[in-house]
Design a protein around this ligand. Structure first.
Ligand SMILES: NC(=O)c1ccc[n+]([C@@H]2O[C@H](COP(=O)([O-])OP(=O)(O)OC[C@H]3O[C@@H](n4cnc5c(N)ncnc54)[C@H](OP(=O)(O)O)[C@@H]3O)[C@@H](O)[C@H]2O)c1
Length: 303
């Protein structure tokens, strides 16, 4: 297939692109010019330098594509990359360009927790994108994953850092649940969806087999490293909010996205869990257990 892809240089994108290449697809990747060198050198991969904010940079490259995988997303706002502009407006730009080019198949990355009236701007902007693409008569499939883990993922790297500390920070009472899903499983369902007509018009939540608190995940990491976990240090929400607000003021001045923001803290107060049996059945992929995956890839997690 001729696939057009966005977000190929990101954590999830790298794994999806690898799988697409293994399966013999040719892939045009929309990449910001500075990121283009991070794409693999292969006759199957073509860089389309551009930006999701500017459809004129990618519209003609969409022509003739059999399917589109849209992953572009941010967890923190900086400059022109706001949640609305990247998630909602960006998806609108892509969908409009697809319609003009007569491309119908779209496999779209959303996020678990996305819903009308969401508490966070991240989830609300993802929901608004879903509404737009659902109303454009495309052959869409939407995936909504909980947190995604893998050896090269920032979340996993953070857990590893926490696992080496005598005390690690935990928001509030630390009872919030996440359902980590392995990046290889996410890549499998995205690539399979392209050739599964049964998935057209469907929205799939994705979560691993079990839900964990942050403390439990740090313990899994520590055990995989052959050490005892440190102790959780419960930080009250107001203090975390103060830190996030300070970062949101300082980092943009330096042209950087804050490493912690208040929107993330809003999301962290919600459980992020789901039933992903429907996706596992349709795509024939029993999702890998978090502990099992961590044991497999622990030696490859960079600090
Ligand atoms: N990681 C998770 O736990 C998780 C969970 C649920 C949903 N998601 C969603 O999955 C998607 C991928 O996440 P990820 O963890 O792989 O994120 P990531 O590593 O930060 O990758 C984001 C990708 O988007 C690209 N991008 C950002 N702004 C862009 C713009 N204005 N124009 C073109 N490209 C742009 C980045 O390009 P550069 O290389 O140029 O920066 C990068 O390729 C996102 O939509 C995210 O919301 C992630």
């Amino acid at each position: 297939m001729n696939v057009f892809m966005t977000g190929a240089t990101g954590f999830v994108g790298r794994h999806i692109l690898k799988k697409l290449m293994e399966q013999g697809h040719t892939v045009k990747c929309l990449v910001r010019p500075d990121s283009a060198p991070r794409l693999p050198q292969s006759p199957q991969v073509m860089a389309i330098p551009g930006n999701i904010h500017d459809p004129s940079t990618f519209e003609s490259a969409l022509g003739g594509s059999d399917g589109v995988i849209h992953l572009v997303g941010i967890i923190s706002e900086v400059g022109e990359n706001t949640f609305y502009r990247v998630h909602t407006r960006g998806a609108m730009n892509l969908v409009d360009a697809m319609c003009r080019q007569g491309v119908r198949r779209l496999v779209h990355m959303s996020a678990l927790g996305t819903r009308p009236g969401a508490n966070s701007q991240y989830h609300q902007s993802k929901y608004d994108a879903e509404v737009y693409l659902c109303s454009h008569f495309l052959d869409f499939t939407v995936f909504r994953p909980s947190v995604i883990h893998g050896p090269d993922g920032e979340f996993t790297q953070l857990l590893k850092q926490f696992a080496t500390l005598p005390f690690f920070p935990v928001l509030g009472d630390g009872k919030g649940l996440l359902q980590p899903v392995y990046v290889e499983d996410v890549a499998t369902v995205f690539v399979s969806a392209l050739t599964k007509p049964e998935s057209v018009g469907r929205v799939y939540p994705l979560g691993g087999p079990k839900a964990y608190t942050i403390e439990a995940m740090v313990e899994v990491m520590a055990r995989a490293m052959g050490r005892s976990p440190g102790r959780p240090m419960h930080i009250p929400l107001w203090l975390m909010n103060l830190q996030a607000a300070a970062m949101e003021t300082i980092f943009p001045v330096l042209g950087q996205a804050p490493i912690l923001n208040t929107d993330q803290l809003v999301m962290a107060q919600e459980d992020n869990v789901c039933d992903s049996s429907e996706a596992q059945t349709l795509f024939g992929t029993p999702f890998v257990d978090f502990e099992e995956a961590v044991r497999r890839y622990m030696s490859r997690v960079s600090s």
